[in-house]
Design a protein around this ligand. Structure first.
Ligand code: AMP
Ligand code: MN
Ligand code: MN
Ligand code: MN
Length: 289
């Protein structure tokens, strides 16, 4: 196995809302000369599990990961949906953790059912069955976004989230998520490394963001995603420094989804803004051998 070069610790397959099948993603990682890849599908390990035999054959260091939703309750009373990654670079998740992930998928299905209804009440002609027909294994808001575009309700993906699906849209449906602290504790006790994904999307001012990260560190947070396609080099430098100050380990990844986010490349992100050194993975493994 490699000890240097570049890696990608955040990616999606067709088992969640990516457009590359697990074996295709392994193939792309090898062609991109990545030294390690984490598959972090939403609410499922099945993409990772399907990819594993292909990665073994190709000699790719494949890391088991997952992306989970959580509720960040701010000290000032506001709330945010916060994505957390659970990385399992050296251990298998506990049975209890795997059972809990199943609850998460059920909660996702409930949200999707309500979302379809709420959209219908706004006069949008989209059914749950149509959306579910898009996802191979589970259904994401990105699948709803594709339908909204195809039916001409919106012109772009961004517009679909702004007008219909995102946290600020009138038809937004929140999931019944646990708090970020609780999800962090579950990832830790399940044998994984909790990471705050794309912190920029929390849209918090710097002081509040720092305070919230300190709270999450107290709950067991281990790492911060400093490199991400949505974070420009200046912001990455800021987050790297913040991670050092708060004693969090740095991670990074492109958040590759394939065709549905066509500007984002595996390994290198948006126009080359992501470059994650192998050393980041070594540090995670040293922490949790
Ligand atoms: P879900 O997990 O079903 O709630 O869907 C969340 C997914 O939607 C995320 O993983 C992103 O891929 C995508 N997403 C969320 N917000 C936006 C946005 N504002 N613009 C584009 N894609 C988004
Ligand atoms: Mn996604
Ligand atoms: Mn995310
Ligand atoms: Mn993601």
């Amino acid at each position: 196995m490699a000890t240097s070069g570049y890696i990608d610790l955040h990616s999606h397959t067709t088992e969640s809302d990516g457009s590359y099948a697990p074996e295709e993603l392994v193939d792309l990682a090898v062609r991109t000369d990545l030294k390690a890849l984490a598959i972090t599908d939403h609410d499922t390990f099945s993409g990772y599990e399907m990819a594993l035999p292909f990665a073994r054959k190709a000699g790719l260091d494949l890391v088991r990961g997952i992306e989970l939703n959580s509720r960040l309750n701010l000290t000032n009373g506001d709330g945010r949906s916060a994505h957390l990654l659970g990385l399992f670079p050296s251990r298998e998740p506990s049975g209890e953790f795997i059972n809990w992930i199943e609850d998460q998928r059920r909660d996702r299905r409930d949200r999707n059912r309500k979302l379809a209804e709420t959209l219908q009440n706004r006069g949008v002609r989209v059914t749950l069955e149509e959306a579910e027909g898009r996802g191979r294994n589970l259904t994401s808001r990105t699948h709803f976004a594709q339908i909204l575009m195809e039916k001409g309700y919106v012109d772009t993906f961004e517009e679909a989230f702004r007008e219909y699906l995102g946290e600020d849209a009138p038809s937004y449906v929140a999931r019944q998520s646990l708090t970020s602290e609780e999800v962090i504790r579950r990832i830790r006790s399940g044998g994984g490394i909790p990471v705050v994904a794309h912190p920029v999307r929390l849209s918090l001012g710097r002081d509040i963001e720092r305070q919230e990260l300190i709270k999450l560190k107290e709950a067991g947070l281990i790492a911060l995603e400093i490199y991400h396609s949505d974070q420009d080099p200046q912001l990455q430098a800021y987050y790297h420094q913040l991670a050092r100050e708060l004693d969090l380990l740095p991670t990074g990844g492109s958040d590759f989804h394939g065709r549905i986010k066509p500007d984002i490349d595996l390994g290198t992100g948006l126009r080359g803004n992501v470059r994650v050194p192998f050393e980041f993975l070594q540090r995670l493994r040293e922490l949790m051998p």
